[in-house]
Design a protein around this ligand. Structure first.
Ligand code: NAD
Length: 295
């Protein structure tokens, strides 16, 4: 295994299980100190133990990403504990299968609050910390207040442009969208809307943070058999009287590579996007779906 993240500090949200766990294990195996940020304290602790047993560094952290105050506290705690944050994998999310005409406000708010609002405010809090820790050559002497208010002044742009720092990256952020963000989903309208919004947030953040050499990208997984998909399968079986597993099997039939993804398939792509090999990639949403979508 390469050691691309030695000395780096990563936060992975939703790392207690599923894809987030796979990503956390991969970043830790490549040398990162990983914050296992999850709503579920016990699964976060389990992932942390798995990393520590393998010789890695992990900090399990219980947080609800829909709570903006709690997110800020987490970022402050991590910065105090490790001194910096280099990588954010904004993976935590929730899904619900329910026909469009049956959705109510509670359904809508729950999914949007976690997936869209939560993803944005974690990104914002971490980006502010990444800017705080920028070397002076990139800051170009601008006041911290200017940087935090995201007004790139002329001096900062000129200093950055003439600096060797131009080629470097000072932070990597990977957001989790979905192929559901690429096309409508009548059985998960709110989920699809939140995932489309994450692609838009990724593009806006890539533009806003490019002057600080912070790369922001998204991944769009296809079908990954995690607890989330078990729930989708059960909900669809309940709605349509199908057998459990039928929805997933039908979906896989439409995947050109004719298999579901493993969390490791996502972890490899995320690790690449967090590595120096991806320093010139920003604002992209990459389908990791066996060829299901091609846009
Ligand atoms: P999962 O349900 O198996 O795991 C999600 C994790 O996020 C859980 O550990 C959960 O406790 C945590 N979480 C949920 N709400 C949270 C909150 N408010 N604060 C903090 N943590 C919270 O899901 P997964 O399948 O591993 O999916 C991971 C990401 O990938 C999600 O964003 C999901 O939308 C996306 N995705 C998954 C699939 C798939 O097929 N599994 C496909 C496309 C996109």
């Amino acid at each position: 295994m390469q050691q691309r993240f030695t000395g780096k500090v990563a936060i992975v949200t939703g790392a207690g299980q599923g894809i987030g766990q796979g990503v956390a294990l991969r970043l830790a195996a490549e040398g990162a100190a990983v914050v296992i940020a999850d709503y579920n304290a016990s699964t976060a602790a389990e992932t942390g133990v798995e990393i520590q047993v393998a010789g890695g560094v992990a900090l399990p952290y219980a947080v609800n990403i829909a709570d903006v105050g709690a997110v800020q506290t987490m970022v402050d705690d991590v910065a105090a504990h490790f001194g910096r944050i280099d990588i954010l994998v904004n993976n935590a999310g929730v899904v619900q299968t329910k026909p469009l005409l049956d959705l109510d406000e509670i359904d809508w708010d729950r999914v949007i609050d976690v997936n869209q609002r939560g993803t944005f405010f974690v990104l914002q809090a971490v980006a502010r910390q990444m800017i705080r820790q920028l070397p002076d050559s990139v800051r170009g002497g601008a006041g911290v207040a200017d940087l935090l208010s995201n007004k790139l002044d002329k001096r900062t742009a000129e200093a950055a442009a003439t600096s060797q720092a131009l080629a470097a990256s000072y932070g990597k952020i990977v957001n989790f969208s979905s192929i559901a963000g690429r096309r409508g989903r009548p059985l998960s309208t709110h989920y699809a809307a939140s995932k489309a919004a994450i692609i838009s947030i990724t593009q806006s953040a890539a533009l806003a943070l490019a002057p600080y050499r912070i790369n922001v990208n998204a991944v769009c997984p296809g079908i990954v058999p995690t607890p989330m998909w078990t729930q989708i399968d059960q909900d669809r079986a309940h709605l349509f009287g199908a057998r459990e597993g039928e929805a997933m099997a039908a979906f896989i039939q439409q995947v050109p590579l004719k298999r579901a993804a493993a969390p490791e398939d996502l972890a490899g792509v995320v690790a690449f996007l967090c590595s120096a090999d991806a320093d010139y990639i920003t604002g992209q949403a990459i389908n990791v779906d066996g060829g299901y979508e091609m846009n």
